[in-house]
Design a binder for this molecule. Structure first.
Ligand code: ATP
Ligand code: MG
Length: 224
């Protein structure tokens, strides 16, 4: 077992509410620099709420979320983004009326060191080909690639990917796996929400099992 102290992202005793609904109950886990870690769990377990809470997007939350040693629990989402954390949400958020290139430059660059557009296109040649296509004309897989691609420009070093394989054909899922492995090689740290255990096993170092708003188990990838 690794020591907690070197964690890039450290979540401890995280609680979150939507209105009066208490959703997260003492979430605790950590992600080390350069790791790919998944949150696995059933529908409604609180995986997306965890991602949103880390990003400062759930108004009512308490506990501790530290990034690179900086406590972020009281910070707003813009400030958290500037530390170098970016979320690719389950809803993808592609603007239908904008083309690929316009969607690509929407997330603000928050930190130096983001990938130049040319390198993003190198990782996603399909998006380069479709640079002038409107959001509405993209397949589900292309939309998912665009949603991941555009956060690479922002300078974020920690990527939160919420179910990037959801609803995609097996060949596209494999492609997303290749991308995640390449991003790991480039030094990105990735927290991934997945329901597809088979896919999770092909990309991740460790897995946390989430149930009813807290972590019930940590599984090294070799044991999944
Ligand atoms: P899934 O696998 O279906 O995406 P999840 O693990 O990501 O599930 P969450 O989206 O975090 O689960 O939802 C956790 C709980 O919070 C669920 O009971 C859900 O109904 C509730 N919930 C989610 N978003 C909201 C919201 N905006 N307002 C109120 N309740 C919400
Ligand atoms: Mg979810």
């Amino acid at each position: 077992m690794r020591n907690d102290s070197g964690a890039l992202l450290k979540v401890d005793g995280l609680e979150a509410w939507y209105g009066e609904s208490h959703i997260l109950h003492g979430m605790k886990f950590d992600v080390h620099q350069g790791e790919v870690v998944t949150l696995l769990g059933r529908n409604g377990a609180g995986k997306s709420t965890t991602m949103r809470s880390i990003m400062g997007m759930v108004a009512k939350r308490k506990g501790s979320v530290s990034f690179d040693g900086t406590e972020t629990i009281a910070m707003n989402s813009n400030k958290i983004a500037r530390l170098g954390v970016a979320l690719c949400p389950e809803e993808r958020g592609i603007f239908a009326s904008l083309n690929v290139k316009e969607n690509m430059v929407l997330p603000p660059v928050v930190k130096p060191g983001g990938l130049p557009l040319s390198e993003v296109y190198e990782l996603f040649p399909r998006l380069a080909e479709r640079a002038n296509s409107q959001g509405t004309k993209l397949s589900g897989g292309e939309q998912q690639m665009l949603a991941i691609a555009r956060i690479l420009r922002t300078g974020a070093t920690m990527l939160l990917l919420d179910e990037p394989t959801e609803g995609l054909a097996p060949v596209i899922v494999q492609h997303i796996g290749d991308i995640i492995r390449k991003l790991k090689e480039r030094g990105f740290t990735i927290l991934l929400v997945e329901q597809n255990f088979h896919f999770a096993a092909t990309v991740a170092d460790r897995h946390y099992v989430v149930e009813h708003g807290h972590v019930i188990d940590m599984i090294p990838n070799a044991d999944l």
